[in-house]
Design a protein around this ligand. Structure first.
Ligand code: NAD
Length: 480
């Protein structure tokens, strides 16, 4: 089968050729995928522009737009298992994760923002101009380009699509080329829900289509999740049009394990936080700072936990660790492991492929890692974790300094029973999220975004409404 593009309410053949997507566990072909040309992109943008200006969408009553979104959420719910299976086939993630973090979370995001549609308010402003009433309106930004990565293709798309539609925008979606399948299915469900033609458009294709979107004069905003490097190129490409840009980028989350921590809980939480989706998580805990007096205990238990994990195809119910998304990414992870060894880090466990077929890599732990090593500075995006120790005598401020010694600032975690330590570290760490004694799972009601090179703006919660609206001030002179 060859998948199509969705433009102006129609499934149409791509004019740029095709590419393929594969099951990363078996390397089997899943589908030939339509490759959008720039002419296809222009058609999608034109359709989104026309739909944005069409009174059918522009003037749709909030209660009606909310009803459409609730219907969309219900459809995603009804197809949850199918979406989860499709995500696992295309992305590789264990089915238990696809069910909870992907398909269920997608439905919940759409339902959460459906609820917001009837609650998006302006303000009255206490201006000092005589005889003048001032109020603000929140208006949609316009045509939004939604560019998504391959690690959580379905849920990350829902983080963007739901608030974009709730606030009355129209969209052109471009999923990652290695994992396009659930985006295609989600758009089919949006169509079934009954959004007017042109409100939701989908172009599948390579990064160059994303780059063309960033430059496109017909696109008002780009919402991008992906690597910091591509995020930077989007900022450069969008400068010509000064379009709105929000960015959810890479991370290198520190995990600080205090001397008083419950080590068993820290081991369990960090195994999940570091190895969820084989470490292909922007918020993954990857740099473990552990008190030297608890280091041996932590290392032994953590390595044992890693070695006990069931590695296999995501579709097997017992799988805890699935394959990496592509052969190319597997090679990238291998190169970084080799670099870690060459720089002198000590391999505790793992460090090799786990099978001859499929992109499986053993969970890998290094100890003796120092702050300046590649393992501690570069985002690996695989099941490769590093232990850096600290002396008991170290001040918390020194620990905060080391945790912040990174260009990134997305996520972080602290393991302690001492509230004083938890609060001081939570205040001091420069990151968009600090999880205390818990793994890094976002929630649609809480903000998600990065400090520093981890991004611009926030998704989720009411914060995403800011990202998809412009504020208009209206000055009403009622004097003579
Ligand atoms: P990527 O940057 O390679 O690709 C992301 C998307 O951008 C894909 O759709 C790709 O086709 C497209 N793209 C590629 N080149 C482009 C260009 N020049 N202009 C516009 N678009 C372009 O990222 P990836 O490898 O798919 O995903 C992994 C990265 O995503 C990691 O760095 C990870 O930390 C990050 N990520 C961040 C978050 C977050 O919430 N902050 C969440 C998930 C993933």
């Amino acid at each position: 089968m060859t998948t199509k593009l969705f433009i102006n309410g129609q499934w149409v053949a791509a004019t740029g050729g095709t590419f393929t997507t594969h099951d990363p566990a078996t390397e089997e072909l899943i589908a030939e995928v339509g490759k959008a040309s720039t002419a296809d992109l222009d058609a999608a943008v034109d359709a989104a522009r026309a739909a944005f200006e069409n009174p059918e969408w522009r003037d749709m009553l909030p209660a009606d737009r909310a009803r459409l979104m609730f219907r969309f959420a219900d459809l995603v719910d009804q197809h949850q298992e199918e979406l989860a299976q499709l995500e696992t086939a295309d992305q590789g993630q264990p089915i238990s994760i696809s069910r909870v973090v992907s398909s269920k979370m997608a439905a919940e995001h759409i339902r959460y923002y459906a609820g917001w549609v009837t609650k998006i308010e302006g303000r009255t402003s206490p201006i000092s101009t005589p005889n003048t009433f001032h109020y603000t309106r929140r208006e949609p930004v316009g045509v939004c380009g939604l560019i998504t990565p391959w690690n959580f293709p379905l849920s990350i798309l829902s983080w963007k699509l739901a608030p974009a539609l709730a606030t009355g925008n129209t969209v052109v979606i471009k999923p990652a080329s290695v994992t396009p399948m659930t985006a295609i299915r989600l758009v089919e469900l949006a169509d079934e829900a009954g959004f007017p033609a042109g409100v939701v458009n989908l172009v599948t294709g390579p990064g160059s289509i994303g780059a063309a979107m960033a430059e496109h004069r017909g696109i008002d905003k780009i919402s991008f999740t992906g690597s910091t490097e591509v995020g930077q190129s989007i900022v450069r490409a969008s400068a010509g049009t000064l379009k709105r840009v929000t960015l959810e980028l890479g991370g290198k989350a520190p995990s600080i394990i205090a001397r008083d921590a419950d080590i068993d809980a820290a081991v369990a939480g960090n195994l999940m936080g570091g190895l969820l989706n084989s470490g292909q998580v922007c918020a993954a805990y990857t740099r473990f700072y552990i008190d030297t007096r608890r280091e041996d205990e932590f290392l032994t238990k953590f390595a044992a936990g890693m070695e006990a994990m069931t590695i296999g195809a995501g579709k097997n119910e017992s799988t805890q660790l699935g394959p990496l998304v592509s052969a190319e990414h597997l090679q990238h992870v291998e190169e970084l492991v080799a670099k870690g060894r060459a720089e002198g880090a000590e391999l505790v466990t793992g460090g090799e492929r786990a099978a001859d077929t499929g992109n499986f890599y053993r969970p890998t732990l290094f100890s003796g890692v120092t702050d300046d090593m590649t393992l501690a500075t570069e985002e690996i995006f695989g099941p490769v974790l590093s232990v850096l120790s600290y002396q008991d005598s170290d001040e918390l401020d020194e620990l905060i300094r080391r945790a912040n010694n990174t260009e990134y600032g997305l996520s972080s975690t602290v393991w302690t029973k001492d509230l004083r330590v938890a609060h001081r570290l939570a205040n001091g760490i420069r990151a968009g999220a600090v999880f205390v004694n818990s793994p890094p799972i976002p929630d649609m009601a809480a903000p998600w975004g990065g400090f520093k090179a981890s991004g611009w703006g926030n998704e989720m919660g009411p914060y995403a409404l800011d990202a998809y609206t412009e504020i208009k001030g209206v000055w009403m002179n009622y004097g003579d």
